[in-house]
Design a protein around this ligand. Structure first.
Ligand SMILES: Cc1ncc(C[n+]2csc(CCOP(=O)(O)OP(=O)(O)O)c2C)c(N)n1
Length: 565
């Protein structure tokens, strides 16, 4: 059928079963927006392009599907950059479609021109500049294929304004033929036999799970393996939720703000199975001291991850959807139940470490404890909510104190650490999962970075519950200044003049405030029961630290558990 390029884009999205697009219009995409209007294609107008890309990312993390966003040329495209980099660092499938100036104007510093392909090359899995309308169907087909296969990631399609206005005989390709891109699904099964042999020999094995498990949706396969072997488990920030936090084998998050048990187990284990992890420096601290007594096994879909940060002794390259069921099967065939007895001593030891009482800050002031806020929400939602965070102390307290029970239930910017991610990501999750409780924990610094999206939330009637942990400081920065910069609090106070309740109300969101510990539980309960979007501002002392903490460059067993620094 003959149609406009802009109409063809919409047809391609339908063919890819895209449910919704997040975006913001402008000159270069006016014809595209006109096509959206005519087809009534679902679209959410955010208040900033950064909001659109984070919303598409939140949608992708919560559903496992590919998120899609639109932006215009120039500033529209550059406003996507942080969100694209956020998705890239956490391997999130995303297709960003941007408008570009007319073909004859490209490269001439035209009005609203920016070289989006050039700018996004290091932060995308792939990107395209489309100058011919006939290329559109193939390019879009390829872009979705690349975004969601293999190790997922963001793909940018920059489309010249002329292309939207030109016409073509539309036909969507059935398949993709890409030379040089052959995503791996299944790998070498004999490698798994080697891993099982190592497991049989190990006396102190430890399973380390990461974001790859969440992305591939393989928590069920992993759970079977954990149950049949009784192996203790640690997770990265991105791996939270894949194994219920309250299960006996779960020792908690490892790394800079990891639990005592997880960090000690890493130092002592003799075999570490890393599954869908990338050994980030927030996990390993100094690499030479990471898991010093262990042989390391690395399960990953991306061969480029192998030996990037940590040297592994064995590798299983392939999709976890292939390798984990095979591992579980082979392990149970080898009768690893028997091996459970041999590792009994080890399991007893890790359970002792688990009892180590939660650390306390000596600077702890009277007032509401941040951990109490999160624990109450955890209790009220029974681990069944989608939890979203921004970046800072509140993010780490959430990771430590919420009892996650399900995969894809924790949306947070792990790799890039993007303040401002939370509010739009919560929008993306809630819009696709209207029956779910979506709770955003954010800080007084972070919420300000994309607070305009409160309006998007209200306009779309999204019942997200936002909890602003207001300590009136850029808490994580403040903590580092307290610990490592002689308490010289350089520009880390937000001064506390912003009235978050009024800010919420101004944008159509109900605002509540808690200042006294005795009222905390009742107000949280009320907020969670209320219909529509609610923002609860919780006033917290500024001096509460995130503990334990492994000082930068320290060993995992040198974590600071409490006290004054
Ligand atoms: C876009 C961006 N800018 C700066 C930082 C550096 N940074 C990390 S945590 C933090 C403070 C966060 O403060 P707030 O949102 O109030 O949360 P809190 O730590 O108090 O819980 C800053 C500035 C960042 N992560 N992202």
């Amino acid at each position: 059928m003959r149609m406009l390029g802009a109409e063809a884009v919409i047809e391609c999205l339908k063919a890819e079963e895209v449910e919704i697009v997040f975006g913001y219009p402008g000159g270069a995409v006016l014809t595209l927006y006109d096509a959206l209007f005519k087809t009534n294609f679902p679209h959410v107008l955010t208040r900033h392009e950064q909001g659109a890309v984070h919303a598409a990312d939140g949608y992708a993390r919560a559903t496992g599907k590919t998120g899609v966003c639109f932006a215009t040329s120039g500033p529209g495209g550059t406003n996507l950059v942080t969100g694209i980099a956020t998705a890239y660092m956490d391997s999130i499938p995303l297709v960003a479609i941007t408008g570009q100036v007319g073909v004859s104007l490209i490269g001439k510093d035209s009005f609203q021109e920016a070289d989006i392909c050039g700018i996004t090359t290091p932060i995308t899995k792939h990107n395209y500049l489309v100058k011919k309308v006939q290329d559109l169907p193939r390019v879009i087909k390829e872009a979705f294929y690349i975004a969601r296969t293999g190790r997922p990631g963001p793909v940018v399609i920059d489309i010249s304004k002329d292309v939207f206005n030109d016409t073509l005989d539309f036909e969507y390709p059935d398949s993709v033929e890409l030379r040089g891109y052959k995503p791996i699904f299944s790998g070498d099964a004999s490698k798994i036999d080697l891993v099982v042999t190592e497991l049989e020999k190990a006396k102190k094995p430890l399973l380390f799970i990461g974001g790859g498990v969440n992305i591939s949706g393989t928590s069920e396969e992993l759970r079977k393996f954990v149950e049949s072997t009784g192996i203790p488990v640690i997770t990265s920030l991105m791996g939270l939720g894949c194994i219920p936090c309250d299960s006996a084998q779960h020792l908690g998050m490892v790394g800079m703000h990891g639990t005592y048990a997880a960090n000690m187990a890493t130092m002592e284990c003799d075999l570490l199975l890393g599954v869908g992890v990338r050994f980030d420096d927030r996990v390993t601290s100094l690499v030479k001291n990471f898991a010093p007594k262990a042989k390391i096994v690395h399960f990953d879909i991306d061969p480029a991850e192998v030996n990037k940060n940590v040297r592994s002794d064995f590798r299983v390259i392939g999709d976890l959807r292939w390798s984990l069921p095979l591992l579980a099967e082979k392990a149970s065939m080898q009768g690893l139940q028997k091996w459970q007895q041999e590792t009994g001593e080890w399991n007893k030891l890790v359970q002792e470490w688990k009892k180590e009482k939660p650390p306390a800050s000596e600077l702890e002031a009277a007032g509401i404890k941040p951990q109490a806020v999160i624990e109450k929400v955890s209790e009220l939602t029974k681990g069944d909510a989608i939890i979203v965070t921004d970046v800072g102390q509140h993010q780490m307290w959430t990771a430590q104190s919420y009892t996650f029970k399900k995969q894809r239930s924790f949306l947070t910017s792990g790799g890039l650490g993007t303040m401002g991610y939370g509010l739009p990501a919560a929008i993306g999750a809630q819009i696709t999962l209207p029956e779910k409780t979506v709770v955003l924990f954010t800080g007084d610094g972070s919420i300000m970075m994309n607070c305009q999206e409160l309006a998007t939330m209200a306009d779309n009637g999204l019942p997200v519950k936002i909890i602003v942990m207001n300590n009136q400081v850029l808490g994580m920065v403040n903590q580092w200044q307290r610990m490592f910069y002689g308490k010289r609090y350089s520009h880390s106070s937000t001064k506390g003049c912003t009235d978050f309740v009024k800010l919420a109300e101004a944008m159509g969101v109900t605002g509540l405030c808690v200042t006294e510990p005795e009222k905390l539980d009742a107000i949280l309960e009320k907020a969670l029961k209320m219909e529509g979007p609610v923002l609860v501002e919780v006033l917290l002392p500024a001096t509460e630290d995130v503990l334990p903490m492994v000082p930068p460059g320290g060993r995992l067993d040198q974590m600071v558990l409490g006290g004054v620094f």
